[in-house]
Design a protein around this ligand. Structure first.
Ligand SMILES: Cc1cc2nc3c(=O)[nH]c(=O)nc-3n(C[C@H](O)[C@H](O)[C@H](O)COP(=O)(O)O)c2cc1C
Ligand SMILES: [Mn+2]
Length: 499
């Protein structure tokens, strides 16, 4: 399947697939777009290209990621699980053993080398160059998404920085509140790589922001990769084609050659502003807080540049599918570190940091606790507030099944772990910001060494009877009844999202 190289190829692909609607009516990027998109996302509807956003000079693309099908189209795969294996290979190149593995290892190394971004001389993103007083962010249809938002926020940027210690690139998706024609806030949260680059900098640091990328590059800015890994390299690997970069016009950073729009500029270490409030993916407004100011020295663009946006808010919203992609893509990487994990699910309603459901191959007493602590020690998953552990045969995406085992298998006095640790920057519930309680629920079957009485067998019909009933089903005259074997009532993550 073809993978789009830039935003225009992606829009054309979506249009061919019947996945995009152009809205010609004039629509206000203040609140009105949000309400339209909210209804569209919840109906599983198409991507929307608003051709005439009120008061702006550029069209606005939104809901490009809003369904599982579009997410799969973006990556050119049948299922999001197909992407994970490749990412696992990049994150931990295992020393190859046999000859076949060695050849495979070499091939992986070669495709990783080929995936490194390529610097080219010219890029469409610099067809139009605005500098000095011509820089005017109000040309862009930046959304004020919710009534209580402090102003318009750029919500789908790829923010490019360098680690001043070693020059390594980072690309992160951090929202940017527009403060004036030539400045925004930069909302990199406490645990993020862009913020670390900022903290390691002295004085002025250069920053570039790419808007309107091919979907894989845009996704990569949101992926929780280890700091030393260049998100654009991962994007190149996943696309099967290196991301092309050009040198910035006013800064010494490279920017994606095919971007629709690039903002070039700098951040002064000590120049801070009140950022927010902003209606966030937590479902609440995050209060105003100090963040650095991004000063824009140039806007470079394609002719007729298209501005991309996304609305976050009370889940489910469009970002649910970026998160689900991350959940699926990173499963093999998680299993490399904690191989007893069979599968996991981060419920969309749990806003990604509130809850993780994990199934494990339980092998020893206390194993569920080991895995809880592993989750609380693993990358961005370390911020997870609640962890539910179930046995390997439980489908973690089937929330009714999970609730059944939490109800049936848990003695709260014995099976609940309460501890504390770092929490998501935006979590408003803990008494202190950034740190607070964690809950682990061990819903696995317990053995005697864990203090349980003899564990009863679970009820299951035998295979012969099932076969017999399958065979004879027609004879019973029950066509109107869905055969129980396939008709389980499922309230899975997938079902919830398709609502
Ligand atoms: C739509 C969207 C908006 C986001 N906004 C922010 C944000 O404002 N601040 C932030 O720190 N992370 C935000 N994130 C999460 C980061 O993009 C994510 O943690 C990413 O891994 C950061 O890159 P880094 O690991 O290189 O820092 C957002 C994610 C999405 C999908
Ligand atoms: Mn990073």
């Amino acid at each position: 399947m073809a993978i789009a190289r830039d935003l225009r190829e992606w829009i054309a692909l979506l249009e061919r697939e019947g996945e995009l609607v152009r809205v010609t009516a004039e629509v206000d990027p203040r609140l009105e777009v949000t309400e339209i998109v909210d209804r569209t996302v919840k109906a599983g509807g198409p991507a929307l290209l608003f051709e005439h956003p009120k008061g702006a000079q550029h069209p606005l693309l939104i809901n490009q990621f809003g369904t599982e099908r579009r997410m799969c189209l973006a990556f050119g795969v049948e299922s999001l699980d197909d992407i994970g294996a490749a990412v696992g290979e990049i994150l931990e190149l295992q020393p190859p053993e046999g000859l076949a593995a060695k050849v495979r290892g070499l091939r992986t190394l070669k495709s990783i080398a080929d995936a490194r971004p390529k610097v080219v001389r010219r890029g469409a993103c610099q067809e139009v160059v605005l500098t000095g007083d011509d820089v005017d962010l109000t040309r862009l249809p930046v959304q004020t998404a919710w009534p209580g938002d402090a102003g318009p926020f750029i919500t789908l940027p790829a923010v490019i920085t360098r680690d001043p210690r070693n020059g390594q690139r980072n690309v992160g998706m951090y929202r940017m509140q527009v403060l004036g024609p030539r400045s925004t806030a930069m909302h990199w949260q406490l645990h993020k790589d862009g913020r670390a680059d900022y903290l390691f900098s002295e004085g002025r640091m250069e920053v570039a922001v790419a808007l309107g990328l091919d979907p894989v590059s845009a996704y990569s800015a949101s992926a929780p990769l280890p700091k030393h890994i260049d998100e654009f390299m991962v994007a190149g690997f996943l696309r099967g084609e290196a991301v092309e970069l050009v040198k910035g016009v006013t800064i010494d950073l490279e920017v994606p050659a095919d971007a629709e729009i690039v903002l070039e500029g700098y951040i002064e270490k000590t120049e801070l502003t009140q950022e927010g409030p902003f209606g966030d993916h937590t479902g609440y407004y995050t209060p105003a807080e100090e963040f650095p100011v991004f000063n824009v020295t140039a806007i470079t663009m394609r002719k007729d540049a298209i501005y991309p946006s996304i609305v976050v808010g009370k889940p489910p919203q469009e970002d649910a599918w970026l998160g689900k992609a991350t959940e699926r893509i990173f499963l093999p990487a998680v299993r490399m570190t904690v191989p007893e994990i069979v599968d996991y699910d981060l419920p969309v309603a749990g806003a990604f940091h509130n809850l993780a459901i994990v199934s494990i191959k339980k092998a020893f007493p206390g194993h569920a606790r080991k895995v809880m602590h592993a989750i609380w020690g693993l990358g961005m998953l370390s911020l997870t507030k609640g962890v539910v552990i179930v046995d390997e045969h439980v489908d973690v995406h089937d929330y009714n099944a999970v609730m059944f085992y939490v109800g049936a298998n848990v003695d709260p006095k014995r099976d609940i772990v309460i501890t504390e640790g770092p929490l998501d920057h935006l979590d408003h519930a803990p008494t202190l910001q950034f740190i607070g309680g964690k809950i682990g629920i061990d819903a696995t079957a317990k053995g005697p060494l864990e203090g349980a009485r003899e564990w009863p067998p679970e009820i299951e019909m035998d295979a012969e009877t099932k076969e017999l009933v399958d065979r004879r089903w027609e004879e019973y005259g029950l066509e109107t009844v869905v055969p129980a074997a396939n008709g389980r009532i499922r309230q899975s993550s997938r079902r919830l999202l398709r609502r």
